[in-house]
Ligand binder design. Structure first.
Ligand code: GAL
Length: 440
């Protein structure tokens, strides 16, 4: 059983939603429980180990998450990524666990993870094979979802590789990262003949159908399984993702370098409207601890937290420096990410190096802000390679006025006093983070 049983409210809501829609020809099932409300916090195997996984690494990660205080800070999912199955194909219609990698099965591992008061996630793909070529779930949604529920799975990352021809979308959505683009990320049919016509409803796409099948299969299970769609920002998932899943990947894969981090921030800055409670743009797993500099680590984590992305650690937790652990445990940034009253993410309010709303993977918006129960979180990022002096002017920030406020430094926790604006030298690739609290 899960370490945290389903709440009664969720079961009642789910039943009510099914009843409410039972007259509709194909009843919509409620797939989102309480654990989908806020961004997921946890750990995933891919960035650290790729396909080279085994049960011991998951137990090590889980124990390190507990020992280093990350569970107490809120990180509670331990998620298996690709490559956990027997590669050659299904066995008696089921995906079989690779017993060389997981001698006690995934259910055996899940028990140990649950005993540590953590939850267990698994991975599959809405295609014929996973991205690394293992058996996948398109056409087998009910069988697979039932197996995972029986094993004690609490979370599914559902990927998007190996889509057979009959499941291909009719159109391509405007995605500045992968299609021909005009000014500031706009697309036109001359450059991309398969571009969807204006007003096309992406709920009707084959992509939405593939991912809906798994949502429905998960919703039939008697345990809550958080649904995370790894659809890389395709098929305009921003317009329908929230109807199905707790989160959806908004970009291609992150790499452990500064250019990749900046590029994802740039892409996501144009998509912040689609993140709120029960539906989050997933900016991909964290690279904290995987060789990026301390300044880049602060920027990466502050922005991911502020954008209300799921925060899934992707490195070897046991070996991580205390400095990196402290960034992951930053209580102000975690509180913003997990705020139970304010669902919306921070938004860019000023580009800085570029004119407003410039689509530039190398130089994304530098000034971000958003409200929370503790005040306004304000970030000033420096995309340049040299130190730059930056100023946060309250009057430029939606929700603040040109008055004096109490200000706290998010990195040190120290009070900066009662201020009418805040200026700081921001080191190359670093981010200054402050909380602007009550008027004074
Ligand atoms: C990619 C996905 C990665 C990882 C990988 C596994 O499609 O974006 O996060 O899951 O597949 O093969």
């Amino acid at each position: 059983m899960s370490s945290r049983p389903l709440t009664r409210a969720w079961v009642v809501n789910a039943a009510a939603a099914i009843l409410a829609t039972s007259s509709v020809a194909r009843a919509t099932v409620m797939g989102k429980g309480p654990s989908s409300k806020l961004p997921t916090l946890g750990w995933n195997s891919w960035n650290a180990y790729h396909c080279d996984i085994n049960a011991a690494q998951f137990l090590d990660a889980a124990e390190a998450i507990v020992d280093r205080g990350l569970r107490d800070a809120g990180y509670n999912y331990v998620n298996i990524d690709d490559c956990w199955a027997v590669k050659s194909g299904r066995v008696n219609g089921h995906i079989a666990v690779n017993k060389d990698k997981f001698p006690d099965g995934i259910d055996g591992l899940a028990k140990k993870i649950h005993n540590l008061k953590l939850k267990m996630g698994i991975y599959s793909t809405a295609g014929t094979e996973t991205c690394a070529g293992y058996p996948a779930s398109l056409g087998y949604e009910d069988v697979d979802a039932a197996d995972w529920a029986a094993w004690g799975i609490d979370y599914l990352k559902y990927d998007n590789c190996n889509v057979p021809p009959e499941w291909q979308d009719q159109y391509v959505a405007c995605d500045p990262a992968s299609t021909h683009v005009g000014v500031n990320g706009t697309c036109n049919v001359k450059d991309e003949p398969r571009l969807a016509p204006p007003g096309y409803d992406w709920h009707k796409s084959k992509s939405a159908e593939r991912f809906t099948r798994m949502r429905d299969a998960l919703a039939k299970q008697k345990r809550e399984i958080v649904y995370s769609m790894c659809i890389w920002g395709t098929a305009d998932v921003f317009s329908w993702g929230k109807d199905l899943a707790a989160s959806w990947r908004m970009s291609g894969d992150i790499q452990s370098n500064w250019d990749s981090i900046k590029s994802i921030i740039n892409q996501n800055s144009f998509k912040m409207h689609s993140t709120s409670f029960y539906g989050h743009n997933d900016a991909d797993m964290l690279e904290v601890g995987n060789g990026i500099s301390p300044a880049e680590t602060r920027t990466h984590f502050a922005l991911w937290a502020a954008m209300k992305s799921p925060l899934l650690i992707g490195s070897n937790v046991k070996n991580m420096t205390q400095q990196d652990i402290d960034v992951l445990k930053n209580k102000y940034l975690l509180a913003f990410n997990q705020d139970s009253k304010y669902g919306e993410p921070a938004q860019p309010y000023k580009w800085g190096a570029n004119p407003q709303w410039t689509y530039d993977p190398a130089s994304p918006a530098e000034f971000w802000a958003g409200p929370s129960m503790d005040g306004h979180l304000v970030l000033m990022m420096n995309v340049q390679d040299t130190t730059v002096r930056k100023t946060a002017t309250w009057g430029e920030i939606p929700g603040l006025r040109n008055k004096n406020y109490f200000v706290t430094d998010v990195w040190t926790g120290k009070s900066l006093g009662c201020l009418g604006s805040y200026s700081a030298d921001v080191e190359a690739h670093d981010t200054v983070a402050i909380l602007v609290g009550n008027r004074c």
